[in-house]
Design a protein around this ligand. Structure first.
Ligand code: SF4
Length: 443
Protein backbone atom coordinates (compact mmCIF):
# COMPACT_ATOMS: atom_id res chain seq x y z
CA UNK A 1 0.00 0.00 0.00
CA UNK A 2 1.13 3.50 -0.74
CA UNK A 3 3.07 4.94 2.17
CA UNK A 4 0.90 8.07 2.23
CA UNK A 5 -2.12 5.93 3.01
CA UNK A 6 -0.39 3.85 5.65
CA UNK A 7 1.09 6.79 7.45
CA UNK A 8 -1.00 9.36 9.22
CA UNK A 9 -2.18 11.68 6.46
CA UNK A 10 -1.06 15.06 7.66
CA UNK A 11 -0.03 18.52 6.59
CA UNK A 12 3.42 17.29 5.48
CA UNK A 13 1.73 15.24 2.80
CA UNK A 14 -0.23 18.29 1.71
CA UNK A 15 3.00 20.24 1.37
CA UNK A 16 4.59 17.42 -0.64
CA UNK A 17 1.74 16.84 -3.02
CA UNK A 18 1.82 20.30 -4.62
CA UNK A 19 5.46 20.07 -5.71
CA UNK A 20 5.45 21.08 -9.37
CA UNK A 21 8.20 18.66 -10.47
CA UNK A 22 5.73 15.78 -10.30
CA UNK A 23 3.81 17.11 -13.31
CA UNK A 24 3.80 14.78 -16.31
CA UNK A 25 3.64 15.69 -19.99
CA UNK A 26 0.13 15.82 -21.36
CA UNK A 27 -0.65 14.59 -24.87
CA UNK A 28 -3.27 16.74 -26.61
CA UNK A 29 -5.71 15.12 -29.01
CA UNK A 30 -8.34 16.77 -31.16
CA UNK A 31 -10.75 14.78 -33.29
CA UNK A 32 -13.99 12.84 -33.16
CA UNK A 33 -15.49 12.73 -29.67
CA UNK A 34 -17.95 10.29 -28.13
CA UNK A 35 -19.42 11.79 -24.96
CA UNK A 36 -22.88 12.61 -23.67
CA UNK A 37 -23.93 16.25 -23.77
CA UNK A 38 -24.50 18.55 -20.78
CA UNK A 39 -28.22 17.71 -20.65
CA UNK A 40 -27.23 14.49 -18.89
CA UNK A 41 -26.23 16.45 -15.78
CA UNK A 42 -29.94 17.17 -15.19
CA UNK A 43 -30.31 13.61 -13.97
CA UNK A 44 -28.20 14.15 -10.86
CA UNK A 45 -28.95 17.88 -10.50
CA UNK A 46 -32.72 17.32 -10.29
CA UNK A 47 -32.23 14.65 -7.63
CA UNK A 48 -30.14 17.06 -5.57
CA UNK A 49 -32.20 20.26 -5.83
CA UNK A 50 -35.48 18.83 -4.66
CA UNK A 51 -37.75 21.76 -5.51
CA UNK A 52 -36.32 22.52 -8.97
CA UNK A 53 -37.69 21.81 -12.43
CA UNK A 54 -35.40 21.53 -15.46
CA UNK A 55 -37.10 22.47 -18.71
CA UNK A 56 -34.98 21.55 -21.72
CA UNK A 57 -35.66 23.67 -24.78
CA UNK A 58 -34.65 21.21 -27.43
CA UNK A 59 -35.52 18.56 -29.98
CA UNK A 60 -37.06 15.12 -29.78
CA UNK A 61 -33.50 13.77 -29.63
CA UNK A 62 -32.97 15.73 -26.40
CA UNK A 63 -36.23 14.35 -25.00
CA UNK A 64 -35.22 10.80 -25.91
CA UNK A 65 -31.83 11.25 -24.25
CA UNK A 66 -33.43 12.38 -21.01
CA UNK A 67 -36.12 9.73 -21.07
CA UNK A 68 -33.70 6.90 -21.69
CA UNK A 69 -30.86 8.14 -19.48
CA UNK A 70 -33.20 9.50 -16.80
CA UNK A 71 -35.42 6.43 -16.98
CA UNK A 72 -38.97 5.75 -15.71
CA UNK A 73 -40.14 9.23 -16.65
CA UNK A 74 -43.70 8.16 -17.33
CA UNK A 75 -44.20 6.53 -13.94
CA UNK A 76 -42.35 8.80 -11.54
CA UNK A 77 -43.01 12.17 -13.20
CA UNK A 78 -39.57 13.54 -12.36
CA UNK A 79 -38.84 17.21 -12.27
CA UNK A 80 -37.56 17.59 -15.79
CA UNK A 81 -39.17 17.83 -19.19
CA UNK A 82 -38.59 19.01 -22.73
CA UNK A 83 -40.24 21.87 -24.60
CA UNK A 84 -39.83 20.31 -28.04
CA UNK A 85 -38.83 22.69 -30.82
CA UNK A 86 -40.84 21.84 -33.94
CA UNK A 87 -39.98 22.36 -37.60
CA UNK A 88 -41.83 25.69 -37.61
CA UNK A 89 -39.72 26.90 -34.64
CA UNK A 90 -36.50 25.80 -36.29
CA UNK A 91 -37.49 27.50 -39.54
CA UNK A 92 -38.12 30.74 -37.67
CA UNK A 93 -41.84 30.69 -38.54
CA UNK A 94 -43.17 30.55 -34.97
CA UNK A 95 -42.67 32.79 -31.96
CA UNK A 96 -40.64 30.47 -29.72
CA UNK A 97 -40.85 32.84 -26.77
CA UNK A 98 -44.66 32.85 -26.75
CA UNK A 99 -44.64 29.06 -26.92
CA UNK A 100 -42.05 28.87 -24.12
CA UNK A 101 -44.16 31.14 -21.89
CA UNK A 102 -47.17 28.90 -22.49
CA UNK A 103 -45.23 25.71 -21.61
CA UNK A 104 -43.73 27.30 -18.47
CA UNK A 105 -47.21 28.40 -17.30
CA UNK A 106 -48.43 24.84 -17.87
CA UNK A 107 -45.54 23.35 -15.88
CA UNK A 108 -46.09 25.74 -12.98
CA UNK A 109 -49.83 25.07 -12.86
CA UNK A 110 -49.14 21.36 -12.68
CA UNK A 111 -46.23 21.62 -10.21
CA UNK A 112 -46.95 24.60 -7.93
CA UNK A 113 -44.33 23.46 -5.40
CA UNK A 114 -41.47 24.29 -7.80
CA UNK A 115 -39.18 27.02 -6.44
CA UNK A 116 -36.46 27.02 -9.13
CA UNK A 117 -37.02 26.74 -12.84
CA UNK A 118 -34.00 26.04 -15.00
CA UNK A 119 -34.34 26.75 -18.73
CA UNK A 120 -31.80 24.44 -20.29
CA UNK A 121 -30.45 25.28 -23.73
CA UNK A 122 -29.61 22.56 -26.27
CA UNK A 123 -27.95 22.26 -29.68
CA UNK A 124 -31.17 23.20 -31.55
CA UNK A 125 -31.91 26.20 -29.33
CA UNK A 126 -28.31 27.38 -29.80
CA UNK A 127 -28.47 26.89 -33.56
CA UNK A 128 -31.59 29.05 -33.88
CA UNK A 129 -30.07 31.49 -31.36
CA UNK A 130 -32.98 31.38 -28.95
CA UNK A 131 -32.00 33.80 -26.19
CA UNK A 132 -32.81 31.83 -23.03
CA UNK A 133 -31.05 34.33 -20.74
CA UNK A 134 -33.53 37.00 -21.75
CA UNK A 135 -36.40 34.49 -21.61
CA UNK A 136 -35.37 33.69 -18.01
CA UNK A 137 -35.40 37.41 -17.12
CA UNK A 138 -38.82 37.83 -18.70
CA UNK A 139 -40.27 34.79 -16.94
CA UNK A 140 -38.69 35.93 -13.67
CA UNK A 141 -40.69 39.16 -13.94
CA UNK A 142 -43.89 37.26 -14.65
CA UNK A 143 -43.49 34.61 -11.95
CA UNK A 144 -41.11 36.46 -9.58
CA UNK A 145 -41.76 36.05 -5.88
CA UNK A 146 -42.87 32.47 -6.42
CA UNK A 147 -39.72 31.04 -7.95
CA UNK A 148 -36.27 31.74 -9.37
CA UNK A 149 -35.74 31.33 -13.14
CA UNK A 150 -32.21 30.57 -14.37
CA UNK A 151 -30.99 29.67 -17.87
CA UNK A 152 -27.94 27.58 -18.72
CA UNK A 153 -26.72 25.59 -21.69
CA UNK A 154 -26.55 21.80 -21.82
CA UNK A 155 -25.77 21.79 -25.52
CA UNK A 156 -23.57 19.03 -26.88
CA UNK A 157 -21.70 21.45 -29.12
CA UNK A 158 -18.16 21.33 -27.72
CA UNK A 159 -19.22 20.24 -24.23
CA UNK A 160 -19.16 17.05 -22.23
CA UNK A 161 -21.83 15.88 -19.81
CA UNK A 162 -20.25 16.99 -16.53
CA UNK A 163 -19.90 20.51 -17.95
CA UNK A 164 -23.69 20.76 -17.72
CA UNK A 165 -23.37 20.97 -13.94
CA UNK A 166 -20.61 23.56 -14.27
CA UNK A 167 -22.79 25.71 -16.55
CA UNK A 168 -25.76 25.38 -14.18
CA UNK A 169 -23.81 26.29 -11.03
CA UNK A 170 -21.95 29.13 -12.78
CA UNK A 171 -25.32 30.74 -13.55
CA UNK A 172 -26.58 30.08 -10.03
CA UNK A 173 -23.57 31.89 -8.54
CA UNK A 174 -25.11 35.16 -9.73
CA UNK A 175 -28.15 34.41 -7.55
CA UNK A 176 -26.12 33.85 -4.36
CA UNK A 177 -26.62 36.64 -1.81
CA UNK A 178 -23.66 38.79 -0.77
CA UNK A 179 -22.03 37.76 2.48
CA UNK A 180 -21.63 40.64 4.90
CA UNK A 181 -20.16 38.40 7.58
CA UNK A 182 -16.62 38.94 8.86
CA UNK A 183 -16.28 35.35 10.12
CA UNK A 184 -14.92 32.91 7.52
CA UNK A 185 -17.24 30.25 6.18
CA UNK A 186 -16.71 27.16 4.07
CA UNK A 187 -18.57 26.52 0.82
CA UNK A 188 -18.39 23.02 -0.66
CA UNK A 189 -19.00 23.40 -4.42
CA UNK A 190 -20.24 20.49 -6.51
CA UNK A 191 -23.21 18.16 -6.30
CA UNK A 192 -22.81 15.50 -3.63
CA UNK A 193 -25.32 12.79 -2.77
CA UNK A 194 -27.23 13.63 0.42
CA UNK A 195 -25.65 10.75 2.34
CA UNK A 196 -22.16 12.07 1.56
CA UNK A 197 -23.17 15.65 2.38
CA UNK A 198 -24.42 14.52 5.81
CA UNK A 199 -21.21 12.61 6.53
CA UNK A 200 -19.04 15.57 5.52
CA UNK A 201 -21.17 17.93 7.61
CA UNK A 202 -20.65 15.78 10.72
CA UNK A 203 -16.88 15.50 10.15
CA UNK A 204 -16.41 19.25 9.63
CA UNK A 205 -18.44 19.92 12.79
CA UNK A 206 -16.23 17.49 14.75
CA UNK A 207 -13.13 19.22 13.37
CA UNK A 208 -14.53 22.53 14.60
CA UNK A 209 -15.67 24.07 11.29
CA UNK A 210 -19.36 24.80 11.86
CA UNK A 211 -20.11 27.35 9.17
CA UNK A 212 -20.31 24.97 6.21
CA UNK A 213 -22.68 25.23 3.24
CA UNK A 214 -23.12 22.94 0.26
CA UNK A 215 -23.64 24.28 -3.24
CA UNK A 216 -26.00 23.23 -4.71
CA UNK A 217 -28.12 22.54 -1.64
CA UNK A 218 -31.28 20.48 -1.37
CA UNK A 219 -33.70 23.42 -1.35
CA UNK A 220 -33.76 26.51 -3.55
CA UNK A 221 -34.49 28.90 -0.70
CA UNK A 222 -31.30 28.03 1.19
CA UNK A 223 -28.74 29.50 -1.20
CA UNK A 224 -25.49 30.20 0.67
CA UNK A 225 -24.09 33.71 0.74
CA UNK A 226 -20.68 34.43 -0.78
CA UNK A 227 -18.03 37.11 -0.22
CA UNK A 228 -14.41 37.75 0.63
CA UNK A 229 -14.58 35.57 3.75
CA UNK A 230 -15.90 32.57 1.86
CA UNK A 231 -13.45 29.68 1.45
CA UNK A 232 -14.41 27.32 -1.36
CA UNK A 233 -13.55 23.63 -1.44
CA UNK A 234 -14.34 21.92 -4.73
CA UNK A 235 -16.02 18.53 -4.40
CA UNK A 236 -15.95 17.85 -8.17
CA UNK A 237 -13.11 18.44 -10.64
CA UNK A 238 -15.23 19.79 -13.51
CA UNK A 239 -16.30 23.10 -12.00
CA UNK A 240 -13.73 25.50 -13.43
CA UNK A 241 -16.26 28.14 -14.57
CA UNK A 242 -18.16 27.93 -11.27
CA UNK A 243 -14.93 28.33 -9.31
CA UNK A 244 -13.93 31.39 -11.33
CA UNK A 245 -17.41 32.91 -10.86
CA UNK A 246 -17.09 32.39 -7.09
CA UNK A 247 -13.63 33.99 -7.13
CA UNK A 248 -15.10 36.98 -8.97
CA UNK A 249 -17.49 37.33 -5.99
CA UNK A 250 -14.46 37.53 -3.64
CA UNK A 251 -14.29 33.89 -2.51
CA UNK A 252 -10.98 32.08 -2.09
CA UNK A 253 -10.51 28.59 -3.56
CA UNK A 254 -8.71 26.05 -1.36
CA UNK A 255 -6.37 23.85 -3.36
CA UNK A 256 -6.77 20.16 -2.59
CA UNK A 257 -7.06 16.76 -4.25
CA UNK A 258 -10.63 15.53 -4.71
CA UNK A 259 -12.27 13.51 -1.91
CA UNK A 260 -12.09 10.10 -3.60
CA UNK A 261 -10.62 7.30 -1.52
CA UNK A 262 -9.00 7.51 1.89
CA UNK A 263 -6.00 9.58 0.91
CA UNK A 264 -7.91 12.04 -1.27
CA UNK A 265 -10.61 12.53 1.39
CA UNK A 266 -8.09 12.98 4.20
CA UNK A 267 -6.06 15.54 2.26
CA UNK A 268 -9.27 17.34 1.28
CA UNK A 269 -10.28 17.71 4.95
CA UNK A 270 -6.73 18.71 5.91
CA UNK A 271 -6.59 21.41 3.23
CA UNK A 272 -9.89 22.93 4.38
CA UNK A 273 -8.89 22.73 8.02
CA UNK A 274 -5.54 24.43 7.35
CA UNK A 275 -7.43 27.33 5.73
CA UNK A 276 -9.42 27.68 8.99
CA UNK A 277 -6.36 27.45 11.23
CA UNK A 278 -7.26 24.02 12.65
CA UNK A 279 -4.19 21.98 13.65
CA UNK A 280 -3.34 18.81 11.67
CA UNK A 281 -3.37 16.86 14.96
CA UNK A 282 -7.01 17.82 15.59
CA UNK A 283 -7.96 16.70 12.08
CA UNK A 284 -6.01 13.44 12.43
CA UNK A 285 -7.84 12.74 15.68
CA UNK A 286 -11.28 13.21 14.09
CA UNK A 287 -10.44 11.27 10.95
CA UNK A 288 -8.69 8.34 12.67
CA UNK A 289 -11.90 6.32 13.12
CA UNK A 290 -13.28 6.79 9.58
CA UNK A 291 -9.83 6.11 8.10
CA UNK A 292 -9.42 2.88 10.08
CA UNK A 293 -12.88 1.67 9.03
CA UNK A 294 -12.24 2.58 5.40
CA UNK A 295 -8.88 0.74 5.39
CA UNK A 296 -10.49 -2.42 6.73
CA UNK A 297 -13.23 -2.27 4.09
CA UNK A 298 -10.82 -1.45 1.27
CA UNK A 299 -8.17 -4.11 2.07
CA UNK A 300 -9.82 -7.11 0.30
CA UNK A 301 -10.63 -4.98 -2.74
CA UNK A 302 -7.06 -3.76 -2.93
CA UNK A 303 -5.89 -7.38 -2.86
CA UNK A 304 -8.21 -8.13 -5.75
CA UNK A 305 -7.47 -5.05 -7.88
CA UNK A 306 -3.73 -4.80 -7.24
CA UNK A 307 -1.62 -5.36 -10.35
CA UNK A 308 -4.55 -5.04 -12.76
CA UNK A 309 -4.18 -2.64 -15.69
CA UNK A 310 -6.71 0.09 -16.41
CA UNK A 311 -7.30 2.66 -19.18
CA UNK A 312 -9.55 5.71 -19.04
CA UNK A 313 -11.11 7.09 -22.19
CA UNK A 314 -12.01 10.79 -21.83
CA UNK A 315 -15.55 11.20 -20.54
CA UNK A 316 -16.50 12.44 -17.08
CA UNK A 317 -13.51 14.65 -16.11
CA UNK A 318 -13.23 12.50 -12.97
CA UNK A 319 -10.50 10.45 -14.66
CA UNK A 320 -7.45 11.99 -12.95
CA UNK A 321 -8.64 11.67 -9.31
CA UNK A 322 -10.02 8.19 -10.07
CA UNK A 323 -6.69 7.09 -11.55
CA UNK A 324 -4.93 8.47 -8.49
CA UNK A 325 -7.22 6.49 -6.15
CA UNK A 326 -6.99 3.25 -8.14
CA UNK A 327 -3.22 3.52 -8.45
CA UNK A 328 -2.05 4.74 -5.04
CA UNK A 329 -4.75 3.12 -2.89
CA UNK A 330 -5.74 0.03 -4.91
CA UNK A 331 -2.44 -0.84 -6.61
CA UNK A 332 -3.82 -0.74 -10.17
CA UNK A 333 -1.62 0.34 -13.08
CA UNK A 334 -3.07 3.16 -15.21
CA UNK A 335 -2.02 2.58 -18.82
CA UNK A 336 -3.72 5.67 -20.21
CA UNK A 337 -5.61 8.44 -18.44
CA UNK A 338 -7.67 10.40 -20.94
CA UNK A 339 -9.74 13.38 -19.87
CA UNK A 340 -11.86 15.74 -22.02
CA UNK A 341 -10.32 18.81 -20.38
CA UNK A 342 -7.38 19.07 -18.05
CA UNK A 343 -7.50 22.18 -15.92
CA UNK A 344 -4.05 22.25 -14.36
CA UNK A 345 -5.17 24.47 -11.52
CA UNK A 346 -7.75 22.03 -10.11
CA UNK A 347 -6.05 18.77 -11.04
CA UNK A 348 -2.40 19.35 -10.22
CA UNK A 349 -2.58 17.94 -6.69
CA UNK A 350 -4.16 14.69 -7.88
CA UNK A 351 -1.67 14.54 -10.78
CA UNK A 352 1.24 15.12 -8.39
CA UNK A 353 0.09 12.31 -6.08
CA UNK A 354 -0.38 9.99 -9.04
CA UNK A 355 3.14 10.62 -10.36
CA UNK A 356 4.98 11.21 -7.06
CA UNK A 357 8.47 9.72 -6.77
CA UNK A 358 8.50 8.61 -10.40
CA UNK A 359 5.35 6.47 -10.07
CA UNK A 360 3.34 5.75 -13.22
CA UNK A 361 6.09 7.18 -15.39
CA UNK A 362 4.88 5.03 -18.32
CA UNK A 363 1.27 6.20 -18.06
CA UNK A 364 -0.02 8.21 -21.02
CA UNK A 365 -1.93 11.34 -20.00
CA UNK A 366 -4.19 12.56 -22.78
CA UNK A 367 -6.35 15.67 -22.94
CA UNK A 368 -9.13 15.88 -25.53
CA UNK A 369 -10.23 13.02 -27.75
CA UNK A 370 -9.69 11.51 -31.13
CA UNK A 371 -11.87 8.43 -30.90
CA UNK A 372 -10.38 6.00 -33.43
CA UNK A 373 -6.71 6.36 -32.38
CA UNK A 374 -7.82 6.15 -28.71
CA UNK A 375 -9.70 2.89 -29.40
CA UNK A 376 -6.71 1.56 -31.35
CA UNK A 377 -4.52 2.11 -28.30
CA UNK A 378 -7.03 0.29 -26.05
CA UNK A 379 -7.07 -2.64 -28.48
CA UNK A 380 -3.27 -2.72 -28.54
CA UNK A 381 -2.91 -2.38 -24.75
CA UNK A 382 -5.74 -4.81 -23.88
CA UNK A 383 -6.09 -3.46 -20.30
CA UNK A 384 -8.00 -5.52 -17.73
CA UNK A 385 -10.56 -2.71 -17.51
CA UNK A 386 -11.46 0.30 -19.66
CA UNK A 387 -13.46 3.16 -18.16
CA UNK A 388 -15.47 4.79 -20.93
CA UNK A 389 -18.80 6.13 -22.13
CA UNK A 390 -21.87 3.97 -22.70
CA UNK A 391 -21.63 4.11 -26.48
CA UNK A 392 -18.09 2.75 -26.53
CA UNK A 393 -18.54 0.13 -23.82
CA UNK A 394 -20.64 -2.41 -25.71
CA UNK A 395 -18.39 -2.65 -28.78
CA UNK A 396 -15.37 -3.11 -26.51
CA UNK A 397 -17.20 -5.78 -24.47
CA UNK A 398 -17.94 -7.58 -27.74
CA UNK A 399 -14.19 -7.66 -28.36
CA UNK A 400 -13.60 -9.32 -24.98
CA UNK A 401 -12.50 -6.14 -23.21
CA UNK A 402 -14.07 -5.47 -19.82
CA UNK A 403 -15.49 -1.98 -19.34
CA UNK A 404 -16.86 0.32 -16.68
CA UNK A 405 -19.38 3.03 -17.59
CA UNK A 406 -17.94 6.29 -16.36
CA UNK A 407 -21.35 7.98 -16.14
CA UNK A 408 -22.30 5.60 -13.33
CA UNK A 409 -19.69 7.33 -11.17
CA UNK A 410 -21.71 10.54 -11.33
CA UNK A 411 -24.89 8.87 -10.05
CA UNK A 412 -23.33 6.89 -7.22
CA UNK A 413 -22.14 8.07 -3.80
CA UNK A 414 -18.36 7.64 -4.18
CA UNK A 415 -16.81 10.49 -2.16
CA UNK A 416 -15.47 10.22 1.36
CA UNK A 417 -14.17 7.53 3.69
CA UNK A 418 -17.34 5.45 4.06
CA UNK A 419 -17.62 5.17 0.26
CA UNK A 420 -13.94 4.30 -0.49
CA UNK A 421 -14.58 0.54 -0.61
CA UNK A 422 -17.81 1.04 -2.59
CA UNK A 423 -15.82 3.03 -5.14
CA UNK A 424 -13.22 0.26 -5.48
CA UNK A 425 -16.04 -2.29 -5.73
CA UNK A 426 -17.42 -0.47 -8.79
CA UNK A 427 -14.18 -1.33 -10.60
CA UNK A 428 -13.88 -4.85 -9.19
CA UNK A 429 -17.42 -5.88 -10.18
CA UNK A 430 -17.00 -6.08 -13.98
CA UNK A 431 -13.79 -8.07 -13.50
CA UNK A 432 -15.41 -10.53 -11.10
CA UNK A 433 -18.38 -10.88 -13.41
CA UNK A 434 -16.06 -11.88 -16.19
CA UNK A 435 -14.52 -14.53 -13.95
CA UNK A 436 -17.93 -15.93 -13.04
CA UNK A 437 -19.24 -15.99 -16.62
CA UNK A 438 -15.96 -17.20 -18.06
CA UNK A 439 -16.34 -14.93 -21.07
CA UNK A 440 -13.86 -12.64 -22.70
CA UNK A 441 -11.09 -13.30 -25.12
CA UNK A 442 -8.35 -13.88 -22.59
CA UNK A 443 -10.19 -15.53 -19.69
S1 SF4 B 1 -28.45 18.91 -26.61
FE1 SF4 B 1 -27.59 18.36 -28.61
S2 SF4 B 1 -26.30 16.56 -28.20
FE2 SF4 B 1 -27.69 16.81 -26.44
S3 SF4 B 1 -29.43 15.48 -26.93
FE3 SF4 B 1 -29.94 17.57 -27.62
S4 SF4 B 1 -29.33 17.58 -29.79
FE4 SF4 B 1 -28.31 15.81 -28.85
Amino acid sequence: MNSQVNSQVNSQVIARQVEPDAAQALIQERGQRAVFCGLTSIIWLHRKIQDAFFLVVGSRTCAHLLQSAGGVMIFSEPRFGTAVLQDRDLAGMADCNAELDRVVAQVLTRRPSIRSLFLVGSCPSEVIKLDLDNAAKRLQQVHGGKLRVVAFSGSGIETTFSQGEDACLEQLVAALPDSTDDAPSLLIAGTLPDIVEDQFHRLFASIGIERVAFFPGRQSDTLPSVGRNTRVLLAQPYLGSTARALEARGAMIIEAPFPLGIEGSALWFHAASAAFGVSPQTVDGVLAGPIARARRALAPLRDYLSGKRISFLPDSQLEMPLARFLSTECGMTPIEVGTPFHDERWLRTDMSLLTANGANSDTRFVEGQDLEPALARVRADRPDLTVCGLGIANPLEAEGLRTKWSIELLFTPIQGFEQAADLAELFARPLRREGRLEVGSWS
